[in-house]
Every structure is written in structure tokens, then in C-alpha cells.
Design a protein. Structure first.
Length: 256
């Protein structure tokens, strides 16, 4: 999906084009990243190009995770405005009491971590990862679900929401892959389905356009990729336009 009104600034996100390997004007890409998590293949592929990297590390030690979850829970529970939950969390981050103290200091720490680096990047990449917690699109984990399929805490989701907000306001190009495009979708009020089958294992990607055997972005098809979540977009958010899709196949016999 893309924004119907994309940013004026253009960035080539291709990860396969040989002409990009030794670009004379390297770009600075911002990546959502955590040192505690296994390196992401799309990030490693980009680093083979002539680019600079800015890490938006969501594994911040300064965050009191328990307090963060309490702040998020309170904001969602008392929400009255009819705007998407991610946008409401971003809006409420700067709320202060009569003495000028932030009401939600843990959320504010994540916002500040984004603001201190966002001006240095030419573009931002939100890569794949574990499933987004249902609370961010107005649902709950059912008793028959395995909670291990979802993110352990909300630091990454909050950082993604703040990055989407800043990219939107500042016209910064944003590439959202897999989980990333689901975060983008719910930020703009779309919905994601949680019933999709998926495990952390390798899948085969095929392009639905059989005439297209290769692309500057993905390279030749079919190719391998890893599936780390159980969610899929079912209703696109406001201002988003579906421009195509890639079919992910669990094996050569059974398609998803």
C-alpha cells in the first residue's frame, strides 16, 4: 500500500538494483531496530549498499516497561475521540499536568528518542517482526490464543507510531515491510485480521504478476522470506491505496 498523497521527496528503496551499490550520494536510512533481536535480513541487505544508517532503537533501557503498559492501558481505556488508537496515543504523549510535568513520561521518552534523530534521515524503514498487540486496533487476546505470538511489550509499536507520525508531518519517505505495513495500516484506521496461519519459518514468495520475473526492489522470483507473525491487512486505512501484492506460499503445494 502507498499513501494517496505521497511525500514530494523521492528515495529509491530498491535493494536489488546493481546501479545502487556504489551510489555517489548515499542516503541516510532510519531503521527500527533492537540489539536484543536477531538482525533483520532487509536491514542487512540495505547495509550492502552505499548508505548511512540511523538506528531507532526501541529496546531503550531507560523505559520502565511496566509503567509504559499502564500508561497505554489508561489512555486506551479512557479514549473518547473517534480517531485511531495509534494516533490518539501519539496525540496524548505530550499531555501535562498543571505543573508542566508529563502525564505519560514513559511514552514521552519514546517520542523524544524519535525526535532526536528524525531530522538526520532521508527515509525510514519499518521492517517485519512479531505480531502487533490487538489493543492497538481495539481488540483483545482471546483465551484460546497463544500470547507468545504477540510482542512482549509495546516499545516497538509506540516507536513505529511516532515514526509514522513524524514521516507524515515532515514528508519523509517511509517504507513499511510486512509487520511495518500493518502498523501503518492501523495507524490510519485500517484493520488487520489475526486468524492468518503463520509461524517463524521460511516461506516462498511468488509475484502474482507472472510476466514479471524480477524487480529492482525484490530481485528475481521466486525467493525465500521469513514469516514472523499471524496477521494480515483486511481493511486498508484512510488515505492508503492498494497498488499490488506479493503472494507468500508456505510450500509449493499449499498457498496462503
Amino acid at each position: 500500500m502507498i499513501r494517496i498523497n505521497p511525500p514530494q521527496k523521492q528515495v529509491d528503496f530498491s535493494i536489488y538494483s546493481p546501479s545502487q551499490t556504489n551510489s555517489p550520494t548515499p542516503i541516510n536510512l532510519g531503521f527500527v531496530f533492537c540489539e536484543d533481536v536477531e538482525n533483520l535480513s532487509i536491514r542487512n541487505t540495505y547495509l550492502e549498499r552505499n548508505i548511512h544508517e540511523t538506528q531507532f532503537n526501541y529496546g531503550l533501557d531507560s523505559i520502565n516497561v511496566r509503567a509504559l503498559e499502564l500508561e497505554i492501558n489508561y489512555i486506551i481505556r479512557t479514549k473518547e475521540e473517534k480517531i485511531p488508537i495509534p494516533q490518539y496515543l501519539v496525540k496524548m504523549a505530550t499531555s501535562q499536568d498543571l505543573n508542566g510535568n508529563y502525564l505519560y513520561p514513559e511514552i514521552m521518552k519514546i517520542k523524544q528518542a524519535v525526535l532526536c534523530k528524525i531530522a538526520t534521515v532521508d527515509a525510514v524503514v519499518l521492517p517485519g517482526g512479531t505480531s502487533i498487540h490487538p489493543q492497538f486496533f481495539g481488540e483483545f487476546i482471546n483465551s484460546n490464543e497463544n500470547a507468545d505470538y504477540y510482542e512482549k511489550d509495546s516499545r516497538r509499536s509506540l516507536m513505529e507510531f511516532f515514526l509514522i507520525n513524524e514521516c507524515d508531518k515532515k514528508g519523509i519517505p517511509l517504507l513499511c515491510v510486512c509487520r511495518g505495513h500493518q502498523s501503518l495500516n492501523i495507524y490510519y484506521g485500517g484493520h488487520i485480521d489475526r486468524s492468518s496461519t503463520g509461524e517463524s519459518q521460511q516461506h516462498t514468495l511468488r509475484n502474482l504478476n507472472t510476466a514479471l520475473k524480477t524487480s529492482s526492489f525484490m530481485g528475481p522470483f521466486p525467493k525465500k522470506a521469513y514469516f514472523h507473525h499471524r496477521q494480515t491487512v483486511t481493511c486498508q486505512g484512510e488515505g492508503l491505496e492498494k497498488i499490488g501484492k506479493i503472494l507468500a506460499v508456505k510450500d509449493l503445494e499449499k498457498e496462503h
